[in-house]
Write a protein that binds this ligand. Structure first.
Ligand SMILES: [Zn+2]
Length: 228
């Protein structure tokens, strides 16, 4: 089985034979995600939308969701100030829910905030941050995702080279258009095959490791997940 730890299903209508964690960007997509079946459902406000005034209404949806996300900080592309981004992000850092985090150019701040708020399960999606932070991520029991772009994105490849398998999940960031190509859940297969070759691990064995990581990262609360 393939596992997609970060996908914008609200932007896609295809059916995929992949276990998917569906993330949201704002109130509208959070409500849409909550109505989906056969996926893990995440609600949140993306750092690009921080300050949009939907904080309270999205927070009310959290208890109905399987996890929180996509939330985080983006010091490169978000138009919101760092203060506003941090304010929004902190509101979603709950100890008992998995948090699916976007942290472009803000990796350390996002990690430190998650830790400080007692978050037990966090996923740093499409990780391209400092290699030194990987040790801390591992130490905290958190995870990173590897995106299919790893097949050509050198920065991401370097992360893969040093990250232990125990902290790795696969993702598609489906629904997002990257370098002119629409990303979709079935593309996690490309990531899986690349990781297998680069790490010298048999593909079947790698699939099992990623399955185990996925179950750990999202908890076993949902009935769409295989039990540990
Ligand atoms: Zn995303």
């Amino acid at each position: 089985m393939l596992y997609d730890a970060h996908c914008h299903c609200s932007e896609l209508d295809g059916k995929y034979n992949v276990v998917v964690a569906a993330v949201s960007m704002d109130l509208k997509t959070s409500m849409k995600t909550l109505n989906m079946k056969g996926v893990l459902r995440g609600v949140g406000i993306h750092p690009w939308n921080a300050g949009n005034g939907e904080l309270e209404r999205v927070k009310e949806l959290v208890e109905r969701a399987d996890f929180i996300g996509e939330v985080g900080l983006d010091y490169r592309l978000s138009k919101a100030s760092r203060e506003v981004q941090i304010k929004y992000f902190q509101e979603f850092l709950l100890p008992d829910k998995t948090v699916n985090i976007h942290a472009l150019d803000a990796w350390e701040d996002a990690f430190n905030l998650a830790l400080r708020h007692g978050v037990k399960r966090a996923i740093f999606h499409w990780y391209t941050g400092p290699q030194t932070l990987l040790k801390d991520i591992e130490g905290a029991g958190y995870f990173i995702t590897i995106n299919p772009s790893v097949t050509f994105q050198e920065k991401h490849q370097k992360i893969l080279d040093v990250a232990p398998l125990e902290i790795i999940l696969t993702e598609s960031d489906g629904g997002y258009v990257y370098r002119g190509r629409l990303l979709e859940p079935n593309m996690v297969k490309d990531a899986l095959q690349f990781i297998s070759k680069r790490k010298g691990v048999d593909e079947g064995e790698l699939e099992r490791v990623i399955e185990r990581n996925f179950v750990k990262a999202f908890g076993t609360s949902s009935n769409i997940l295989p039990r540990e």
